[in-house]
Design a protein around this ligand. Structure first.
Ligand code: MLT
Length: 266
């Protein structure tokens, strides 16, 4: 594990691989950490550097009370600069996608492409914002069990929960292992995040969208609508996968990203 402190906060990350391909930065979902990319990094790092970052408040990174998506994008930027990555593909799943969009808004000249998985450009509705605030109170009272109670059932496809796939318990354990202070800051940050729809229509970088056909948190139709807004978008739909599509359909997810990256290298 490496770390950088240039934003005044210790941000942990890993660098995998090497080679001449355009670098890839991967940003995890809520409430996970960079280890959620373990199924992807080995394969993708064969031809390029792949950097998996722990957002503030998660994994090996320090926590700050400000969990705004913009601050998280600045932390990612500190890693990109520390590693002299230059223009990179910025990839994120769900909350990681919100941070990737914030990164694009702040540093458009240094984005060679985007991978946006199981995410959405819009800000929270009033109801969603209220839900986040209620969840913050519940986390203060009950810790990470409150997040499991509210969100665990939406992380995978209904079929996964009905099976004895060890991934189900693995996801629950990962959620329980997150830190309440980091989770509270991120919930508050997501609740106030801005709308990035205008950004996606205006900034034409090659974009890979990955959706799970069984995502109950960010429905597939929402991702299809998002694809229609982006000029240079390719939508890959992972049949049967739920919200954490990179964990539920790891091979197909990795292949989609590898194909997209190969197209950019050419
Ligand atoms: C995530 O998977 O990162 C979060 O569920 C996103 C969200 O709550 O909006």
């Amino acid at each position: 594990m490496k770390h950088v402190d240039t934003t005044g906060l210790r941000i942990a990350y890993d660098v995998h691989g090497g080679g001449g391909g355009v670098p890839l930065v991967l940003i995890h979902a809520f409430p996970f950490d960079r280890s959620m990319w373990d199924p992807q990094v080995g394969v993708l790092a064969g031809t390029r550097r792949v950097v998996a970052v722990d957002l503030r408040g998660f994994g090996g990174s320090a926590t700050a009370s400000d969990g705004a998506m913009e601050r998280m994008a600045e932390d990612v930027r500190a890693v990109v600069e520390a590693e002299f990555l230059g223009p990179s593909v910025i990839g994120g799943l769900s909350m990681g996608g919100y941070v990737a969009m914030a990164y694009l808004r702040k540093y458009p000249m240094d984005v060679a492409g985007l991978v946006l998985a199981n995410t959405r450009p819009g800000s929270d509705t009033d109801a969603a914002r209220k839900g986040r605030l209620a969840l913050i109170d519940a986390v203060r009272e009950h810790g990470m069990q409150a997040v499991v109670d509210a969100m665990f059932g939406k992380m995978l496809s209904p079929a996964a929960y009905a099976s004895d796939d060890p991934l189900v318990e693995d996801v629950r354990e990962r959620m329980l292992g997150a830190r309440p202070d980091g989770v509270i800051a991120a919930l508050a940050g997501m609740a106030v995040r801005g709308d990035s729809t205008d950004l996606l229509t205006a900034v034409a970088v090659p974009t890979l969208l990955i959706a799970g056909t069984e995502d109950t948190l960010i429905p597939h139709d929402d991702m299809a609508r998002m694809a229609s807004l982006i000029e240079r978008a390719r939508l890959v739909s992972l049949e049967g996968a739920g919200h954490l599509s990179n964990l539920e359909a790891p091979g197909a997810f990795t292949s989609a990203v590898a194909d997209f990256l190969a197209g950019l290298d050419a």
